[in-house]
Design a binder for this molecule. Structure first.
Ligand code: A2P
Length: 394
């Protein structure tokens, strides 16, 4: 009997993919393409450089199969979900999965393995709506959050889904489909935004949610969104995200580290805790970085959140006459608190915001842990594998 050679094939999960095009844009060998239905990977071109992995906002890109006959592009275009790993006569897929895992870990800057949800998190719904079948939301409010003279124009936008089912959890994201086409005549790319409200609505028990959205100088979607008026209709895809979720555990300590609009999911976390279990023993601790108080979204409302619910540390980088301070500087200052927290298995860490902060925050944890005799690299790996360490940067 002839034994067919095993081939490693990189695939994209059509159920989770939001069709944002980042993978296609980041592939240096043009192995990724799309039609109106799916994004697909050409097995004859993909060289496993993994350039497409870190930019993918959903993790749909993190899929690998060991095959004897590779899936064709036509097959991949037709999928609505990803086929399972086939049983193979000539060897189980475990070794290959290990290899794929370590490749992914490398692509995620060595932070160790595929992210997983906290084991107590509620089960999220994902990908209920897509470009071909979007939910239509109505804008209920669009307010500027930053001061008039602030450099950052950050908005709080409330979207109402009326009678369409749109179940979300804190930490999930939605896709916005900006109308129109780009310079090459293709429909404008969907952009992903974190939900800033808790699961049962910006207004409790209303089918609505809030976004925290910054106007980018030449951003098609952010300018479209920031310009919306009450009553306007918006095409929405999603919801997305199955790991950056809140633990449903009253004992869980949650350390939240963010810059700018990265505060969005943490507003959702804080509001959910405030509404559902304000006196739960688990702590909420927030490190929040902005240029100045005037540039910090939700500065006013945050002042009225009691310390018993949320311990807050604000790092300002551009206040005249004050030293430039980043979140990682405040983390080092609060090393006693943080080493105590990360020493507990009840503690979860969430990082959201500028990509650049990731390294600084990691170095701060490394220093803090070293001072307390803890091996941070080992702890971080353990925390990630047990759904207690989450990073979402852009
Ligand atoms: P900076 O004044 O150096 O830009 P933004 O307003 O651009 O969204 O940024 C939010 C905050 O994040 C600002 O205070 C910004 O400081 C800060 N920041 C920029 N780079 C980093 C980094 N590498 N680590 C931590 N914070 C950063």
């Amino acid at each position: 009997m002839t034994t067919l050679a095993l081939i490693k094939q990189h695939l994209i999960d059509p159920e989770i993919c939001i069709r944002c095009n980042t993978c296609e844009e980041s592939c240096p060998v043009d192995a990724i393409s799309h039609d109106a239905n799916n994004y697909v990977v050409d097995v004859t071109k993909c060289q496993f450089c993994l350039a497409c992995v870190p930019p993918c906002p959903t993790g749909a890109i993190d899929n690998w199969r060991q095959v004897t006959i590779p899936y064709t592009l036509e097959e991949q275009f037709s999928w609505t979900d990803l086929p399972k790993q086939q049983e193979l006569a000539n060897g189980g897929p475990e070794a290959f999965e290990d290899e794929a895992e370590s490749l992914i870990a490398e692509a995620h800057d060595g932070t160790g393995g595929k992210p997983v949800a906290p084991y107590t998190a509620s089960r999220p719904s994902v990908n209920l709506y897509n470009r071909d079948k979007p939910a239509i939301a109505t804008v209920r409010g669009n307010y500027r959050l930053t001061a008039e003279d602030a450099e950052n124009d950050i908005h709080h936008i409330i979207l109402d889904f009326g009678d369409q089912a749109f179940p979300v959890l804190e930490g999930q994201s939605i896709g916005i489909v900006p109308p129109g086409v780009n310079e090459t005549g293709e429909p404008n790319h969907i952009r992903l935004y974190s939900i800033a409200s808790p699961r049962h609505g910006e207004r409790p028990n209303h089918n609505n949610l809030a976004l925290t959205l910054k106007r980018e100088a030449s951003g098609i979607c952010s300018n479209y969104m920031c310009g919306l008026k009450k009553g306007d209709k918006v095409e929405v895809t999603g919801p997305f995200g199955a790991t950056f979720l809140m633990p449903n555990d009253p004992m869980a300590n949650i350390v939240m580290i963010c810059t700018g609009t990265g505060a969005a999911p943490f507003r959702g976390f804080t509001e959910w805790k405030r509404r559902i279990m304000p006196n739960a023993p688990g702590r909420l601790v927030l490190f929040f970085g902005a240029r100045r108080p005037e540039e910090l979204p939700y500065f006013g409302p945050l002042q009225s959140v009691p310390d018993s619910l949320l311990t807050k540390f604000f790092a300002y980088s551009r206040v005249p006459g004050q030293p430039k301070t980043y979140v990682q500087d405040l983390m080092r200052r609060e090393s006693a608190l943080l080493s105590d927290l990360v020493g507990s298995k009840a503690t979860h860490v969430y990082i959201c915001g500028l990509k650049g902060m990731e390294q600084g925050v990691d170095a701060a944890f490394d220093d803090i842990c070293r001072g307390a005799g803890i091996n941070w690299a080992k702890l971080r790996k353990d925390m990630r594998e047990t759904g207690r360490y989450h990073v979402e940067t852009y």
